[in-house]
Design a binder for this molecule. Structure first.
Ligand SMILES: Cc1cc2nc3c(=O)[nH]c(=O)nc-3n(C[C@H](O)[C@H](O)[C@H](O)COP(=O)(O)OP(=O)(O)OC[C@H]3O[C@@H](n4cnc5c(N)ncnc54)[C@H](O)[C@@H]3O)c2cc1C
Ligand code: FES
Length: 270
């Protein structure tokens, strides 16, 4: 728990800012205890500007730090992008549920993401890599628009060298040197086999999630084994304001991680 006080965002000093791609920056904050789970999010704020929900991109196995990948899209994310090393940022959290870590133990895992959807999955990928003996083989499918927009490039290269891990990347636009595939992330699906018992974790745009889930189901995956992290509009993040309420659930407290069966029932497949 780094700060659950709804009315008093605690200020933290930014230890490092790294530009990972155009309009995408990784912010690192030092904390004393890593009390959060992969899949959870925090509310980041800039005084006088506002507050936004951002997934935690680090893993609790990385002791003493929190990392957030922020894409600059509007008012608050632009203000966060203007912050530098040594500046202060308000943080509340951690909030929301987490990816089902125990259910995935002993199983082969597929991670599927597009754009900055890799950020919440990176938390779980790093967690699984740090507890390697508990999880089966890992396949990572990642779609970016262009090579320049690939985030966590160095890390992805290091994952590729690990035993039991396969990484495939698709680019919507070329040039595509090396082993990239041209197309959207579903263009990588010919690499997938025997999905019946595999756990699949997804995050990306609603359109990507809908198309990808449809393709995975056709390949034998089950609704119960696919988990999706939903990025719905939020305000309070703690089940009070109703902004994220959909189909009888609060995405901020009942989610943001849902099985695909549940997401379909809620009518928010992506
Ligand atoms: C649980 C959760 C986790 C998230 N994790 C991340 C993350 O790890 N990294 C990241 O960069 N972003 C993440 N987001 C999205 C982020 O919260 C929004 O981009 C942010 O709130 C935009 O605020 P703004 O003031 O900069 O933009 P605004 O000025 O409010 O809006 C600018 C544009 O962004 C669109 N927008 C605003 N909020 C959202 C949203 N929630 N989803 C889609 N489009 C939106 C608006 O429609 C508008 O077109 C997450 C959202 C949720 C709910
Ligand atoms: S964001 Fe306020 S209830 Fe979910």
């Amino acid at each position: 728990m780094f700060n659950r006080d709804l009315y008093n965002p605690k200020m933290f000093v930014i230890e490092k800012v790294e530009s990972l791609a155009p309009d995408m920056k990784l912010f690192r904050i030092l904390i004393s205890k890593s009390e959060y789970q992969p899949g959870q999010f925090a509310q980041l704020s800039v005084l006088g500007v506002g507050e936004v929900p951002i997934s935690i991109a680090s893993s609790p196995t990385q002791k003493g730090c929190l990392e957030f990948l922020v894409r600059k899209v509007g008012k608050v994310t632009s203000a966060i992008h203007a912050l530098k090393k040594g500046d202060k940022i308000g943080i509340r959290g951690p909030y929301g549920n987490n990816f089902p870590l125990e259910e995935a133990q002993g199983k082969e895992i597929i991670f599927l993401s597009g754009g900055c959807g890799l950020a919440p999955l990176r938390s779980l990928i790093r967690y699984c890599l740090d507890k390697r003996d508990k999880y089966g083989d890992i396949t990572i499918l990642y779609g970016a628009r262009t090579e320049k927009e690939i985030i966590f490039k160095k890390e992805i290269d290091s994952w590729k060298k690990l035993p039991g891990i396969k990484v495939y990347i698709s680019l919507e636009k070329g040039p595509a040197p090396g082993d990239f595939t041209i197309g959207v992330v579903t263009a990588l699906f010919d690499r997938l086999r025997n999905l019946e018992n595999k756990k699949i974790f997804m995050c990306g745009s609603p359109l990507m999630v809908r198309f990808a889930a449809g393709g995975l189901l056709k390949l034998g995956a089950t609704n119960e084994n696919i988990f999706v992290s939903l990025e719905r509009y939020m305000k309070c993040g703690v089940g009070k304001c109703g902004h994220c309420y959909v189909g009888g659930k609060y995405v901020c407290t009942d989610g943001p991680v849902f099985s695909y069966r549940e997401a379909r029932r809620l009518g928010v497949e992506g």
